[in-house]
Structures are given as structure tokens and as C-alpha cells.
Design a protein around this ligand. Structure first.
Ligand SMILES: Nc1ncnc2c1ncn2[C@@H]1O[C@H](COP(=O)(O)OP(=O)(O)OP(=O)(O)O)[C@@H](O)[C@H]1O
Ligand SMILES: [Mg+2]
Length: 377
């Protein structure tokens, strides 16, 4: 089999899962536990919010849940949305309860004023109408709404959606799962006083070593013919990937190409060495994107200085982080400036505090700090 005719399993198509979704058993169970309520005809008792730095697998988890619901032909509908698709309340209502399918939910069937246009619902900008429409729709058929990139949700649409979600879940089989970067908490708090605190939060961070090894080895073992690893080579690649899902996929893709080019069915340290330049190139491109992002937002200097504070320590308490940010800013910087820089860096996942450990901050993306420190100029 030549590399040009075979498909690299580590480069899945748009909307596809990684070839092996490893190490997310806890998160998968949490999703299924809430789904059980819908299957029993009830609303989920909590909304679920997944947050974490870029590249850790929030979208992959949502996709897994979506595929699972679709594949099993469960008696539950699933709708996947990103904020860009919902510029308005009417758009949201139309996507969640397409009039073509829920035609019988016309005004007569509902005890409130609602219109239906050629393309979709016309709610006349009444949030309560969305709540009623959604509740009636979910009573017909349970609905799971998956909202990715939720940190970019428009405030006006978000406010209505968050409130509707809480009300609808109380009376009909509905469940909302959101995923977004660490800026999500602040973003949602600006829209609803209670949504974040009442929801179930899951931090999506690095995998452990066993899961990382599985994420690499299993898809290769499933190739025809199977490709296996020397244990030393696998350890090395797991170490170099730093258990970061995005880097695991880059490594897998590079190793697959090298194995196919050379016709190898076993990956040893020599093959890893051959794949490394390809991985390094992709990783640098990724780091450069992050660097540009920091620069655009005026955070590059602070980010570079912060790298020094994390250098000796793997994690900082919030007051230590703030002190390090203050030290990186001009002497006349205010406490508000410190907050802004911390929130900005957290939003990008440069630093991250898992919702499970509120006071502890860690680097969000492995080795990015070292790269920024070396390339800040
Ligand atoms: N549990 C996992 N096991 C193996 N690979 C994974 C896992 N989770 C994610 N990946 C892979 O890691 C890469 C990053 O995942 P994903 O795009 O889901 O991250 P994300 O958190 O949504 O990032 P962003 O914030 O940039 O949207 C993808 O190539 C994905 O297929
Ligand atoms: Mg994503």
C-alpha cells in the first residue's frame, strides 16, 4: 500500500472523530448520565459545560456524543450549532424546531403569539416565545443541543438561550451541552447570573500517559497491515507529545506517513527520528499562530514574562499569577489592567485554571511558554 493511495487515519475529515478517542471515560459517563434523563422523558437536571484550552479535545468529545446519538438511532434528536449560525432568536428557534418538521406547532397549537414565515419562525423578539416553542417541541421529541465555540456566543442570543434552557429543562426532555475556551465562564457570567454556577462543569485538559499511548497505538494497530510500536519508541513519542491531544494527532500523522513511505510495519526509534522534523514543523506553525494571537491582543510581552514565573513551578496560585502579571506590566498599571491581562491570557488558554481546581493556574498548552519566551522579540 502506498502513502498516496491510503488514508492517514490521523487526519480525519471535517466533523469526524479522532481515530481513537482516548482517556475521556469520565466525561463520556457524565454525558450519558444526563442523557438518561431524556430517555426517561425528563429534562436534564443540569446543563453541561466543557471548557479547556485549545486543542485538548472539547469538540472531539461533543462529536463523540453527537455520533453516538445519531448512530444508535436513539429516540432523541441532536442538534449541533456554533454561535455563527445563530445571529438571532428567530434563527435559533428555526434550527431547534424546524417548521418543516414541527409544522403542527403553529400558533394555534401554542398559547402565545408566534408567526411562521416562509423560512422559519418569527418570534417577534419575545424570549418567552422561544421557551414555550422549545418546551412543546421537546415534549414531542427529546432534544440535545450541542453548542461548540460557546465563548463566541452573542450576548443577546446567549441570554435568551441560557434562560430558555433552564426553563425548558424543568418541564421537558431537553439538554444543553456547551463547549468553549477558558474564557467561557466570564462570557456566560455576563449573560446569566446563574447559568455557570448551576451547571455541571468539566475541565478538558491533557490526557494521561496510558490514554496518550492508546491514542497513538490503536489506530496504527488497526491499519492493514497493522503497524506496531517498539515500547521505547512509544514512550518517547508520548513524552514528546506531552499528552496534548493535538500534538498526539500531529505525531500520529507524521509516523503514519513515514511508515507508509518506507513500508515499515513497526515503529522504532529510528523511524521516530525520521518523523520528528515533520512533527516539529507542524508544531512550530501551531505555536506561531498562538504567538500571532497573543501579539494581536497586546498580550505577547506579558505572556513572555509570565513564562519565567512558570519556569521553575508547574502551577501558580491565583495571587502568584497576578503578582507575576503585575511585574510584567508598567509600574502604573492598575489592578484592572492585571485582571484584563489575566483574563485575556486565560481566554486564549495560555494559562488555564480547571473549573475543578479554581485557585490553581497552569500553562494551558504544553511548551508554548518556552516557545513564546524564545520568540517574543
Ligand atoms: N481524547 C482524545 N484522544 C485522541 N485524540 C484526541 C482526543 N481529543 C481530541 N483529540 C484530537 O486532538 C485534536 C484537538 O481536538 P479538538 O479540536 O477537539 O480540540 P478543542 O479543544 O476543540 O480545540 P479548540 O479550542 O481549538 O477548538 C484533534 O485532532 C482531535 O481529533
Ligand atoms: Mg474545538
Amino acid at each position: 500500500m502506498s502513502a498516496s493511495s491510503a488514508v492517514n487515519p490521523f487526519v480525519p475529515g471535517h466533523g469526524q472523530l479522532p481515530p481513537c478517542l482516548a482517556g475521556r471515560g469520565t466525561e463520556q459517563s457524565a454525558l450519558n448520565a444526563l442523557l438518561a434523563y431524556l430517555k426517561a422523558g425528563k429534562g436534564a437536571p443540569r446543563n453541561l459545560v466543557l471548557s479547556g484550552p485549545r486543542g485538548n479535545g472539547k469538540t472531539a468529545l461533543l462529536r463523540w456524543f453527537q455520533h453516538q446519538l445519531e448512530a444508535a438511532k436513539q429516540k432523541v434528536d441532536v442538534v449541533w450549532l456554533t454561535p455563527a449560525e445563530i445571529p438571532s432568536l428567530d434563527e435559533l428557534a428555526t434550527l431547534l424546531a424546524p417548521p418543516s418538521r414541527f409544522n403542527s406547532l403553529r400558533p394555534a397549537a401554542l398559547s402565545f403569539a408566534i408567526g411562521i414565515g416562509r423560512l422559519g419562525w418569527k418570534l417577534g423578539n419575545r424570549p418567552s416565545s422561544l421557551t414555550r416553542l422549545l418546551a412543546v417541541r421537546c415534549q414531542r421529541r427529546p432534544l440535545v443541543l450541542l453548542l461548540d465555540e460557546a465563548h463566541t456566543l452573542r450576548e443577546d442570543v446567549g441570554q435568551v438561550l441560557l434562560n430558555a434552557s433552564q426553563s425548558v429543562s424543568a418541564e421537558a426532555p431537553f439538554m444543553l451541552v456547551m463547549a468553549g475556551t477558558p474564557g467561557l465562564q466570564t462570557h456566560l457570567n455576563g449573560m446569566s447570573a446563574t447559568f455557570w454556577s448551576r451547571g455541571q462543569k468539566l475541565g478538558i485538559g491533557l490526557l494521561d500517559e496510558v490514554a496518550s499511548a492508546q491514542a497513538l497505538a490503536q489506530p496504527l494497530a488497526e491499519q492493514k497491515p497493522p503497524i506496531s510500536f517498539d515500547s521505547g519508541a512509544l514512550r518517547q513519542v508520548v513524552g514528546e507529545s506531552q499528552c496534548y491531544p493535538y500534538f498526539l494527532q500531529l505525531w500520529g500523522a507524521a509516523l503514519w506517513v513515514m511508515a507508509h513511505e518506507s513500508g515499515a510495519t513497526r515503529i522504532d526509534e529510528a523511524l521516530v527520528a525520521k518523523a520528528k522534523p515533520r512533527f516539529d514543523m507542524e508544531r512550530s506553525a501551531y505555536y506561531d499562530d498562538r504567538r500571532e494571537e497573543l501579539k494581536r491582543l497586546g498580550l505577547l510581552r506579558t505572556a513572555a514574562q509570565l513564562a519565567g514565573a512558570f519556569d521553575a513551578r508547574r502551577q501558580l496560585r491565583e495571587h502568584e499569577l497576578d503578582a507575576a502579571i503585575a511585574a510584567a506590566l508598567p509600574a502604573d498599571a492598575s489592578a484592572q489592567n492585571v485582571d484584563e491581562h489575566r483574563d485575556g491570557l486565560a481566554e486564549l488558554g495560555y494559562v488555564w485554571n480547571s473549573p475543578n481546581e479554581e485557585d490553581l493556574w497552569r500553562p494551558g498548552i504544553p511548551s508554548l511558554m518556552a516557545y513564546i519566551a524564545a520568540h517574543a522579540g
